[in-house]
Design a protein around this ligand. Structure first.
Ligand SMILES: Cc1cc2nc3c(=O)[nH]c(=O)nc-3n(C[C@H](O)[C@H](O)[C@H](O)COP(=O)(O)O)c2cc1C
Ligand SMILES: C=C(O[C@@H]1CC(C(=O)O)=C[C@@H](OP(=O)(O)O)[C@H]1O)C(=O)O
Length: 363
C-alpha cells in the first residue's frame, strides 16, 4: 500500500481503524527543533471523535505516544515514530459489509484489489481514523513552520446549503488565523455556525449525511517555495489533500471560478509597497501560487468533502456471496458530516506539504 509522502520531510502512515494502533513515522525533519508535545496533543484533540453531536459516537482518547525521534524535547535527526492506540472498536458492525459493500466507501474496491484479504473492520486502512497520525505529523510540521514565520488556518466555508464568508484573499492576518483555529466550530461568521450544526443534525435524524467545503490559508510564505511541474505548490498540496478520505475537490485561489473570468479580470496586477519595497498583487485570484511557486501572497485553498458514505437509510448494493442485487442498511457509529473534524486534517496536510517544500528550497 502506498502510504508514504514527501521528498525531504517524509511521512509514512500505518495501521487500520480496528488494529491495535495507528501511527506515523516522520523522517527528514531538521534537527534541533523543539517540539511541544502538549501543544501537538491539543491540535489532535480538535479532530478526535466522540466529542459532540455532529461527530461519530466512537470515543477515542487519541493520546499520542512518541516512541522515538525526540531527545531532550527536540528533533534529533532520527525518525520520529508516534503511535495512537485504537481503544473503542466495535468490529461486529462490519460483519455484513464483507458481503454487502457500502455504496460510497472503499469496501468494494478494496475487496476487488486485495481479493478479500483487506482488513474491512472500520474501513481498515481507508478509514478517516488514519487522519489522526496525519494530524500529529502536521502538528509537528506546524510548530517548525511557525518558527519560520509561516501560519496556517482554516474554516468551514460551507456545509450543504449553509455558507460562511470567505477569507479576504489579499489580507489574511496571523491573528485572524489564530482566532479561527481556537473556535470549536470554526466559521468566520459566528451566526452561520449554528445553522450549519442544525443542517448536520437534520441529516443525522433522517439517517442521511451532508458534505461541505473547508477553506484554508497559509501566510508568511516567502516568494519562491515550490518546484516546477510535479512538485509545484498545487501539485504537492493537492496530492496530500486528496489523501484525506472523502475529499473530492481541491481548488486554489479563484479555482474553477477562474474559468469564467476574462484574462483582464483574473490577472492580479503587481505593485510595490512604498515603505518596504515588497512586491504584492492588488487582487489574489492566483491564490498565492504562480507556476507552482509561492508569490508571497496568501496561499488560499478550498477542499470539498463529499457527504459521509455510511448512512442508515436503506440503499441498493450487491451481495458478493450470492452474486445478486441486494439492499443494505448500514449500522454502526458514523459522522453525519466529516467537515467539522476534517478542519485540522486540512491544516495538517498543508503543513506537511509546505515544510517538505520549504526544506527542499533550503537544499
Ligand atoms: C475525519 C474523517 C472521518 C470520517 N468518518 C467517516 C464515517 O464515520 N463513516 C464513513 O462512512 N466515512 C467516514 N469518512 C470517510 C471515509 O473514510 C471515506 O469516504 C472512504 O474511506 C472512501 O474514501 P473516498 O471517499 O476518499 O473515496 C471519514 C473521513 C474523515 C477524513
Ligand atoms: C474513529 C474515527 O472515525 C471513524 C471513521 C470511519 C470511516 O469509515 O472513515 C468510520 C467510523 O469508524 P467506526 O465504525 O470504527 O466507529 C468512524 O468512527 C476517527 O476519525 O478517529
Amino acid at each position: 500500500m502506498s502510504s508514504n509522502y514527501g521528498h525531504k520531510v517524509k511521512i509514512s502512515i500505518f495501521g487500520q481503524s480496528h488494529s491495535d494502533a495507528i501511527g506515523v513515522v516522520i523522517d527528514g525533519l531538521p534537527a534541533g527543533e523543539e517540539i511541544d508535545l502538549e501543544k501537538a496533543q491539543r491540535f489532535l484533540d480538535r479532530r478526535a471523535p466522540g466529542k459532540n453531536a455532529y461527530s461519530t459516537p466512537r470515543k477515542e482518547g487519541d493520546q499520542v505516544q512518541v516512541v522515538s525521534g525526540l531527545f531532550q524535547g527536540r528533533t534529533c535527526g532520527a525518525p520520529i515514530c508516534a503511535m495512537i492506540e485504537n481503544t473503542n472498536t466495535k468490529s461486529k458492525d462490519y460483519d455484513q459489509l464483507k458481503d454487502l459493500p457500502r455504496p460510497g466507501h472503499a469496501d468494494f474496491t478494496a475487496e476487488m484489489k486485495y481479493q478479500g484479504f483487506q482488513d474491512h473492520r472500520g474501513g481498515g486502512h481507508f478509514s478517516g481514523r488514519l487522519t489522526a497520525p496525519l494530524c500529529f505529523a502536521g502538528a509537528v510540521c506546524l510548530q517548525i513552520l511557525e518558527r519560520r514565520g509561516i501560519a496556517i488556518g482554516a474554516h468551514i466555508l460551507s456545509i450543504h446549503e449553509g455558507k460562511d464568508e470567505s477569507f479576504n484573499p489579499v489580507d489574511i492576518t496571523k491573528d485572524e488565523l489564530v482566532q479561527i483555529n481556537e473556535k470549536a466550530f470554526p466559521t468566520i461568521d459566528d451566526g452561520v455556525a449554528e445553522k450549519m450544526q442544525e443542517i448536520i443534525q437534520k441529516a443525522r435524524e433522517q439517517g442521511d449525511s451532508v458534505g461541505g467545503v473547508i477553506e484554508s490559508a497559509a501566510i508568511g510564505l516567502p516568494v519562491g517555495i515550490g518546484e516546477p511541474m510535479f512538485d509545484g505548490l498545487e501539485s504537492k498540496l493537492s496530492s496530500i489533500l486528496f489523501a484525506i478520505p472523502a475529499v473530492k475537490g481541491v481548488e486554489f485561489g479563484e479555482g474553477f471560478g477562474a474559468a469564467e473570468l476574462l484574462g483582464s479580470e483574473n490577472n492580479d496586477s503587481f505593485y510595490y509597497i512604498d515603505e518596504t519595497g515588497e512586491i504584492k498583487t492588488k487582487t489574489n485570484h492566483h491564490g498565492g501560487s504562480l507556476g507552482g511557486i509561492s508569490s508571497g501572497m496568501p496561499l488560499v485553498v478550498r477542499t470539498a468533502f463529499k457527504p459521509t458514505p455510511s448512512i442508515s437509510k436503506e440503499q441498493s448494493t450487491i451481495s458478493l456471496k450470492e452474486g445478486k442485487d441486494a439492499s443494505l442498511k448500514v449500522v454502526g457509529r458514523h459522522d453525519p458530516c466529516i467537515v467539522p473534524r476534517a478542519v485540522p486534517c486540512v491544516e495538517a496536510a498543508m503543513a506537511i506539504a509546505l515544510l517538505d517544500l520549504y526544506e527542499e528550497n533550503r537544499k
